[in-house]
Ligand binder design. Sequence first.
Ligand code: ZN
Ligand code: ZN
Length: 357
Amino acid sequence: MAEHTPTARPNPRPDLNFTPVRNGMDYLARAVDDLTERAGAPSESDLKYAVLHLQAATEVLLKARLVGEHWSLVFKNPGSATLEDFKKGKFDSCTIEATMDRLENIAQVKISAEGRSAIKVLAEDRNALTHYGHTANAFQVEARAARVLSFLLDFITEQLYPMLHAEYNDAINEVFVRYPTSLLTRDVQLEDPAVQAALQQQREVDVTMRALRSKLRRVDKLVEKRMQDLSGGLASLEHRTARCPDCLQWAFVVNDDSNWSPIKCRFCLAVYHQIHEAAIAYARRVTGMVDKTQICPNCGAAHTMVIGAKTADRRRPGGVVEAICFNCGCHVPQIATKELWTTDPYRPHVADGEEQP
Ligand SMILES: [Zn+2]
Ligand SMILES: [Zn+2]
């Protein structure tokens, strides 16, 4: 047998890792362009496409990492997965929520509470857009996009890039297996098509990442500038300013006079006419702890207190966990009132120390 004849891979693995990464990064770049290409404010259609592109990017990139762990994991039901269906793309794929759970539980990929929350809000937005044609306003989309983008840039650097690098190493190792040691010069290694292809993939990711970082700064700047414009008006309201359930910026000014007036976000202009709806939205999207029955010990209102809520004056990590009434603005240390409430053990979505200023 001719020893130097390259042999087929002993255990063929679908080489599908790179294509999704490239597609995902392409969607990402387009999402940023949708938001920042135009000189003025983005149009309604720019916003729609920004949401759709960003959602597609997120889904594709998270799933690419999951495929890196094992291709069957992106099936809704991995138990019935077949390689043939996977190659043809003929299967029901798991949800984005399940993707994040599997990444954490199986692939040991830590997804920050901040990232999870941002992705969840984006997925809801995309569903609202697809089913009801509803678009969030420009401020909401920009703030959400900035958060998801910054999560994805870290995710690509920490998770996808090492995966592609491992692919390159695999390619080198396969070259070793295929050639007798006497023929294995550095040139033979580098000229091997598999090694070349893997190197090319890495280079492309590098180039796209650099471009994305500079684009992300443009979106960040938009958000920063608006927060700066608002900072004068918000300075004296820090004791009753929480993060907005819609855009997650520190601009949601709750009531402190028990007058049931609507609650509004100064950043994205989201309005909640019912205080309890604001409390529920906040619990669901910001703290991740969905309360059951709560009566405010100060104003006596039902369903307006949020366990684990924080106001801007106490946003530093650590500190006492409190409950805050969105109707009268009172802060109650959670420890003193713990027995009053039952709390679903949901994962907190925005954890201490991961907040953006
Ligand atoms: Zn908002
Ligand atoms: Zn109250």
